[in-house]
Design a binder for this molecule. Structure first.
Ligand code: HPA
Length: 267
């Protein structure tokens, strides 16, 4: 595994002479952030050895290297989900490769269903904690070169970045919510009782990604900042559709892009 991570990173380094400081993962409908990047190079996932290929509509499947908010970034336009049939280790492979490329920070985004009833469709929720219900990507022999056997998950979502985000959002007049993201396997959206269950256990939003990536990033000591775009309200009893999730993502994505860009300037 470690050899494959290293050889993929080596392949990318040979293609793109650019050392990113920040990795960004763009969620469903949130690929628009890529337009703001002053792009130096981009690589289609299909060109990269051992990279999975994204199979979901709304996930384009390329790595974009360039400048955003004055920082050197690498953005994943399109991510890998457990529900696509990838192993948890395949899901986090790109995060580990990005770390080998030099990232110290990971900014994650996703589309999610709101279970906190004070939320509204289109809200941005800064992730302050998570509940992971997807098989843990660290199960199996520990790769000691990447991190410890039993990594700490306190402060997984860096509180200093959360405080900075609050200041940036106040200045930029971007309304923010804060809360706990529940990572479920999908691919089904939840039943009413399941949304109620996620609320009862302390969740504010639920989605099908992010927690494995954050676990892998924290294992390697990468500092994480995360935002969920609330694309539907779970407890309304209204049916959630992938189209609705994509549309809401695109609308709220503009605000999220501004938040990420301004926060990058402050790193
Ligand atoms: N549930 C799970 N994942 C989601 C949802 C949802 O309601 N909305 C967007 N991603």
């Amino acid at each position: 595994m470690l050899d494959r991570i290293k050889s993929t990173a080596c392949f990318i380094r040979n293609k793109v002479a650019f050392e990113p400081e920040v990795g960004i993962i763009l969620g469903t409908g949130l690929g628009g952030l890529a337009d703001g990047i002053d792009t130096v190079a981009s690589l289609d996932y299909r060109e990269i050895p051992d990279f999975p290929v994204s199979t979901v509509e709304g996930h384009r499947g390329r790595l974009i290297f360039g400048m955003l908010g004055g920082k050197k970034v690498v953005a994943m336009q399109g991510r890998f989900h457990y529900y696509e049939g990838y192993t948890p280790q395949q899901v986090v492979f790109p995060v580990r490769v990005m770390k080998m490329l030099g990232i110290r920070y990971l900014f994650v985004s996703n589309a999610s269903g709101g279970v906190n009833e004070t939320f509204r469709t289109g809200d941005l929720m800064v992730i302050t904690d998570h509940i992971n219900l997807i098989p843990n990507p660290l199960i199996g022999p520990n790769i000691a070169e990447l991190g410890p056997r039993f990594p700490d998950m306190n402060d997984a979502y860096n509180h200093e970045l959360i405080e900075k985000a609050k200041r940036v959002a106040a200045r930029e007049e971007i309304p923010l919510r804060f809360g706990c993201y529940v990572g479920g396997t999908g691919p089904t959206y939840e039943t009413q009782k399941e949304y109620g269950y996620f609320k009862a256990i302390g969740g504010d939003a639920v989605g099908m990604s992010t927690t494995p990536e954050v676990i892998a990033a924290r294992h390697m000591g990468v500092t994480v900042f995360g935002v969920s775009v609330i694309t539907n309200m779970g407890l309304t009893g209204l049916k959630s559709t992938h189209e609705e999730v994509q549309e809401e993502g695109i609308k709220a994505g503009k605000r999220m892009t501004r938040l990420f860009t301004e926060l990058l300037k402050e790193l």
